[in-house]
Design a protein around this ligand. Structure first.
Ligand code: FAD
Ligand code: SIN
Length: 533
């Protein structure tokens, strides 16, 4: 059945435009709005989000959020662990800033109503995950992200200066390019004036003008066949920024989580939190052998890149589609109370994790690179900020330390807020922005081409640009992707606008950027491993 025809809505304005409603977007929006409320100065903050307001990677975060909380832990230790995981590619100044600002940002989350588990002594029950030298992960059972998202949504929903537009899809950010001015990646004065947005409920395309825009659009997991990321994670923000000629970096560093539940019917793949290994879970192969000791002295709690590659090697060695995570020696009550979601999910497919091994396999999980930002979350485009998973801040380097990403989003959204509330004083809305140009886009009913191309693209990335790469595989991926690029650009130009076609266009840019960066990376570092290097 055809969708209602696309129409154009008159131009709307908002002082602050926030694209995305995960931890990065929501915490930023609330801070900005609250700042002006305290000053008694009305301001408009608009959050747009492509499906329901809570759908995001944030909602599915299990393990928790890392910070130095215990007296026996130290900033220096958290910094050192982050630098080791990042394999020499982190920006040390950024690492220090994030780690040192963490306790304050987390206290704000708590003040906004987020609950974290406490032990019988009333202290925070801190978990340990791979690569951490101490217990420093605050969590709420295995539902930490859901709890953070709940608390933040409650805050923004009740704020008089914030409007949330759910089921609104950002198509492109607006720059001088839309006024007919040629811009290149090197032009120093590129400016963002807002975004073109598709209202999915009415099929209207809106021109949403803003003084300041924050991209908080999350990850890219759906570029791969198997991922822990929900279906919204199609890299839209990075692709939009790339089209607007922002600087994008470190795209080769795609993190595969070592332990997604092996259940091929699931999209997304269900995560078995690293906290389960932190609690004593052991990886075993089909013979029951605990193989991690053969690969790294830190065994099951080595950094993720090491564990994922070890599992990949073990699966290839034995010709198997998964390995196992053994929790049968752990206390059943502990498993049920600390990991209720994991316990119940496994039970729903017939696995009692207190008695049976869990089949697990690595899955695409997190992008360390993205839109390059400075320490104030500023992109290379004036008035455009980025925070959260879509941003490349320098914190993660070539491999992210577990539970550092929720933290990164909080810290960078805070810093974007501090800059934004000052800078907005000198920004005016841009006039004369034309309505979205959809001339010649009449083709409909070609959903089969869109879905087929998406599957093709996911297969190419999974098969050739996965955990272990080679020159041959990367060259093949690049030549296949070039063809897809041409075909789908042609389809995009002719087709009536839809979310599916925009997401395909974005995924195709993401696939290209990852593959190109992987081909150009000539050393094996962190998450990038090429057998020919
Ligand atoms: P998201 O939370 O993904 O939010 C992005 C938002 O942008 C969504 O609302 C989306 O709908 C919207 N959006 C995207 N494109 C558009 C568009 N074109 N138009 C409008 N809206 C758009 N990290 C940790 O630190 N600790 C953990 O324990 C942890 N566990 C994880 C478990 C899972 C299963 C997953 C998937 C990730 C986990 N991570 C964890 C990573 C972490 O959750 C994410 O990196 C983080 O939540 C990203 O937050 P964000 O605000 O940047 O993006
Ligand atoms: C997990 O719970 O294993 C995910 C933690 C993370 O991605 O940081």
């Amino acid at each position: 059945m055809n969708s209602p025809p696309i129409t154009h809505h008159p131009t709307l304005t908002t002082d602050f435009l926030v694209i995305g409603s995960g931890i990065a977007g929501l915490s930023y929006a609330y801070k900005v709005a609250e700042h002006f409320k305290q000053l008694g100065k009305p301001v408009s903050v608009t959050i747009i989000t492509k499906v329901n307001e809570d759908e995001s990677n944030t909602k599915y975060a299990q393990g928790g959020i890392a910070a130095v909380i215990k007296n026996s832990d130290s900033f220096e230790n958290h910094i050192k662990d982050t630098l080791i995981a990042g394999d020499g590619f982190c920006d040390e100044k950024v690492v220090r800033t994030v780690v040192e600002e963490a306790p304050e940002r987390i206290q704000e989350l708590i003040d906004w109503g987020t609950n974290f588990d406490k032990n019988k002594q009333g202290e925070y029950d801190l978990a340990k995950e791979g690569g951490h030298s101490d217990h420093r992960i605050l969590h709420y059972k295995d539902l930490t992200g859901n709890e953070i998202e709940r608390a933040l949504i409650e805050k923004v929903e009740n704020h008089p200066f914030i409007t949330i537009l759910d089921h609104h899809f950002a198509i492109d950010i607006i720059t001088q390019h839309h006024l007919g001015v040629k811009v290149t990646r090197q032009s120093p004065d590129k400016k963002c004036f807002g975004a073109y947005v598709l209202n999915r409920k009415t099929n209207e395309i809106q021109t949403l003008l803003s003084k300041i825009t924050l991209l908080a659009t999350g990850g890219i997991g759906q570029a791969y066949k198997s991922t822990t990321n929900p279906t919204v994670a199609t890299g839209d923000g990075i692709a939009m920024a790339y089209r607007a000629k922002a600087i994008i970096e470190n795209m080769e560093f795609v993190q595969f989580h070592p332990t997604a539940l092996y259940n091929p019917a699931d999209n997304p793949s269900f995560l078995i939190s690293e906290a389960v290994r932190g609690a004593g879970g052991i990886l075993r192969n089909h013979k029951g052998y605990a193989f991690m000791a053969d690969y790294d002295e830190r065994k099951d709690l080595a950094p993720r890149d090491v564990v994922a590659r070890s599992i990949d090697a073990e699966m290839k060695k034995h010709g198997k589609k998964h390995v196992f995570l053994d929790t049968t020696h752990l206390d059943k009550e502990h498993l049920q109370s600390h990991f209720p979601t994991i316990y119940n999910k496994c039970l729903s497919i017939g696995i009692d994790i207190s008695k049976q091994l869990i089949p697990v396999v690595p899955a695409a999980h997190y992008l360390c690179g993205g839109i390059k930002v400075d320490l104030n979350a500023k992109t290379s485009i004036i008035n455009l900020f980025a925070s959260g998973e879509c941003a490349s801040t320098g914190l993660h380097g070539a491999n992210r330390l577990a539970s550092n990403s929720l933290l990164e989003a909080l810290v960078f959204s805070h810093r974007a807020f501090l800059s934004g509330v000052e800078e907005i004083k000198n920004i005016e809305f841009q006039s004369n922005i034309p309505a979205w140009d959809d001339e010649g886009t009449t083709l409909q009913d070609e959903e089969i081409l869109v879905s087929q191309t998406k599957t093709e693209l996911q297969t190419i990335l999974s098969d050739y640009v996965g955990i272990v790469r080679s020159d041959e595989r990367l060259s093949r991926a690049l030549s296949r992707l070039k063809l897809i690029l041409e075909e789908s650009e042609d389809l995009y130009k002719k087709s009536t606008l839809s979310v599916a076609i925009c997401e395909l266009r974005n995924l195709r840019s993401i696939a290209y950027l990852i593959t190109k960066a992987a081909k150009e990376q000539k050393i094996n570092v962190g998450l990038h491993y090429n057998i020919n290097n």
